[in-house]
Write a protein that binds this ligand. Structure first.
Ligand code: NAD
Length: 247
């Protein structure tokens, strides 16, 4: 088991929802956490204070990770502040759900940029430092929608499926270095993203989930801790945390 004390982690889009739960859980296991946000300045400041009150150490960095120069700035600020980097959680994501007939090119490009190109941008900037770590971890927050598809989600499912292919190929390339690369594929998790779905559709979704409830962000965060602490022989995998909705 790897102790996370003094390890340094970046969580992209880490100020709210699943990212905030991951940031808190990493901090509660002793990691020093860089909470990246794009526009969620208020929530990021609140989270940094909550983590400090728990006795943890976190630092907020504003960066739009869909832009390579800003992802590089995120990594540079991490190194300036904490001096090392061991864990990258690629969590930032958006949806722009529309059936394909109504989908605009802009909806396609924005979703690919934020969900998929950001993963390239952040990993490319972080890799030189991860290779210096004795237990580097890259964890990509993909989705059940990347595995099973989703109505009105061609853009999002393409991005999330892309993350899975990326995870496997990079895992092969980095295996010898000791850096592991894995994807977590959440099902439907009770955050702002799922709360945006109309109530009647939410009820239909819950009825199809074998455990009959949405997941909690903390349940995804615990998967991240498992991969960080006990995952030295786990690479290139998809960890499905979905209440049995996709097997
Ligand atoms: P959320 O909308 O609450 O959080 C997404 C975070 O990403 C926000 O903090 C947002 O500010 C940030 N973000 C967006 N664009 C960014 C950018 N360009 N640069 C930096 N940060 C940016 O949603 P969530 O439910 O917490 O989702 C977190 C991740 O989990 C996403 O990648 C999402 O696709 C994935 N996911 C969520 C669910 C779910 O049911 N909620 C299911 C499967 C996968």
């Amino acid at each position: 088991m790897t102790d996370l004390t003094n390890k340094v982690a970046i969580v992209t889009g880490g100020a709210r929802g699943i990212g905030a739960a991951i940031s808190k859980e990493l901090a509660s296991h002793g990691a020093r956490v860089v909470v990246n946000y794009n526009s969620s300045k208020g929530p990021s400041e609140k989270l940094i204070m909550e983590i400090a009150e728990m006795g943890g150490d976190a630092y907020a960095v504003q960066a739009d990770v869909s832009k390579s120069e800003e992802a590089q700035k995120l990594v540079n600020e991490t190194i300036n502040h904490f001096g090392r980097l061991d864990i990258v959680v690629n969590n930032a994501g958006i949806t722009r759900d529309r059936t394909f007939k109504k989908l605009k090119e802009e909806d396609w490009k924005n979703v690919i940029d934020v969900n998929l190109n950001s993963v390239y941008n952040t990993t490319a900037a972080a890799l030189p430092y991860l290779l210096e770590s004795d237990s580097g971890r890259i964890i990509n927050i993909s989705s059940i929608i990347g595995q099973a598809g989703g109505f009105g989600q061609t853009n999002y499912s393409a991005a999330k499926a892309g993350m899975i292919g990326y995870t496997k190929s990079l895992a092969l390339e980095l295996a010898k270095s000791g850096v592991t690369v894995n994807a977590i594929c959440p099902g439907f998790i009770d955050t702002a993203m799922v709360q945006e779905i109309p109530e009647n559709i939410r009820e239909q979704i819950v009825a199809k989930i074998p455990v009959r409830r949405f997941g909690q962000a903390e349940e995804i965060a615990r998967g991240v801790i498992f991969l960080c602490k006990d995952g030295e022989y786990i690479t290139g995998q998809q960890l499905n945390i979905n209440g049995g909705l996709y097997m």
